[in-house]
Design a protein around this ligand. Structure first.
Ligand code: GLU
Length: 427
């Protein structure tokens, strides 16, 4: 379904994440504070992008080279913050988009950070644990010129975890000659990590879905939920939805999609995935095709995998009331317009998945103070920040008749541009 409102270069199916982000900026521009518009160009240009060569010795003794990136999109509101992704398809422009979404996200939940993101173009499943450690340590060393607890603070993203964060912390600390736990978040608990961080993104997805449901008068109890992606975000979101009485009717991971009208037992699905490597063959549900997954009738559809999943090709067939974006950039600009015209509410990534960076902020604050909070305290603070941010965006969307994504961009971009304008231009 091509849309006449869309610039021609965006009506292609495979629009890249950076083009998606630029189109989102175009859509918000007319609604921003007019006094801040002279600064809007700063949103369209990353502040700095670093490309590094990461040579490592393989277990075979041969040397392999990988390309790594770290982008600081905008540092007007504070040091850079955002995850590191290991994936064979990572590109500089993808990392640019992910860094830009961090800028907006951090402003939306008002954590005092700018936006950054990193990535290495590698298939980590093809590396041994020792090779993965050498890759992480060399990449960290190459990034040494931009990292630091008050400069740029990485965190986990796709295919990186607590162990990778521990290696980053250790490598940076050795190079600095002091233990600097606050250089990275998403660390193991025993190294200054935070309670609640592991589930934080999925918990935030649930909190924003619950707030949206209140506005739309939809019950969570008995709601039908479909989740794409069963990693850190998707698994926690599905589990917390199920704990609150929802039925997980469909799940999809890289091994395939599964479906059960009676509801999938999330713990059993996780146990199967841990043992079998994916959801494929899970005995507690029926297998279904990847295309059929998008046609499952549900109340909440949660893309929690990668970018560009809801496109012109499937947006017309989706049968949900609310899309809650657990992933970054899962919906193309063309698909956004289709969902909007069909009356489907989209809770955008920059608020829906902001729970992760919010608890990252709590972790960093705890590291700085060397004083640690209880899990109850963390979850309560997360709930308050996420609910207030969602309700603020909802109010803007109602008052100005804007989709939630544009409303979130109004709130986030105005905050970033206000900081930028107050700081002024040097020299
Ligand atoms: N990678 C996560 C995100 O996309 C977390 C970032 C962080 O905690 O810094 O939001």
């Amino acid at each position: 379904m091509p849309n006449a409102d869309l610039p021609s270069y965006l009506s292609r199916e495979n629009v890249g994440p950076w083009e998606t982000y630029l189109e989102q900026v175009e859509r918000v521009a007319p609604h921003l504070d007019r006094a801040l518009l002279p600064w809007i160009e700063t949103l369209r240009r990353p502040k700095r992008s670093l490309i590094v060569d990461v040579p490592i010795k393989l277990d075979s003794g041969e040397v392999a080279h990988f390309e790594g990136y770290r982008v600081h999109h905008n540092l007007s509101r504070g040091p850079g913050k955002g995850g590191i992704r290991y994936h064979p398809d990572v590109t500089l422009s993808e990392v640019m988009a992910l860094a830009a979404w961090m800028t907006i996200k951090n402003a939306v939940v008002q954590v005092p950070y700018g936006g950054a993101k990193g990535g290495v173009r590698v298939d980590p499943k093809k590396l041994s644990l020792a090779e993965l450690e050498r890759l992480t340590r060399r990449y960290t060393s190459e990034l040494n010129i931009v990292l630091g607890p008050d400069r740029d603070i990485p965190a986990p993203d796709i295919n990186t975890n607590e162990q990778v964060m521990a290696w980053i912390m250790d490598t940076y600390s050795i190079n600095q000659g002091r233990t600097a736990t606050g250089v990275v978040t998403g660390k193991p608990l025993s190294l200054g990590g935070s309670l609640g961080r592991r589930d934080a993104t999925g918990r935030g997805v649930f909190i924003t879905a619950r707030e949206a449901a209140r506005k739309l008068d939809l019950p969570i109890e008995g709601a039908r939920v479909a989740v794409q992606g069963f990693g850190n975000v998707g698994e926690a979101a599905a589990r917390i939805f199920a704990d609150n009485g929802a039925h997980i009717v469909a799940l999809q991971d890289e091994g395939g999609a599964i479906h059960s009208e009676a509801g999938i037992d999330v713990d059993a699905a996780r146990a199967h995935r841990e043992q079998a490597g994916s959801l494929r063959g899970f005995p507690g549900a029926d297998a279904m095709s990847a295309e059929a997954f998008w046609r499952v009738r549900c109340d909440f559809l949660i893309p929690a995998a990668v970018e560009n999943q809801i496109t012109e090709a499937n947006a017309g067939a989706i049968r949900t009331k609310v899309v809650v974006e657990g992933a970054n950039g899962p919906t193309t600009p063309a698909a956004d317009l289709i969902l909007q015209s069909r009356g489907i509410t989209v809770v955008p990534d920059v608020i829906a998945n902001a729970g992760g960076v919010t608890v990252s902020y709590f972790e960093w604050v705890q590291d700085m103070a060397s004083f640690f909070w209880s899990e109850v305290e963390i979850n309560q603070r997360l709930d308050r920040i996420m609910s207030e941010a969602f309700n603020g965006i909802w109010a803007v969307s109602q008052a100005r008749a804007l989709p939630l994504r544009t409303a979130a961009f109004v709130v986030g971009c105005n905050r970033v541009l206000e900081a930028r304008s107050l700081r002024g231009l040097y020299p």
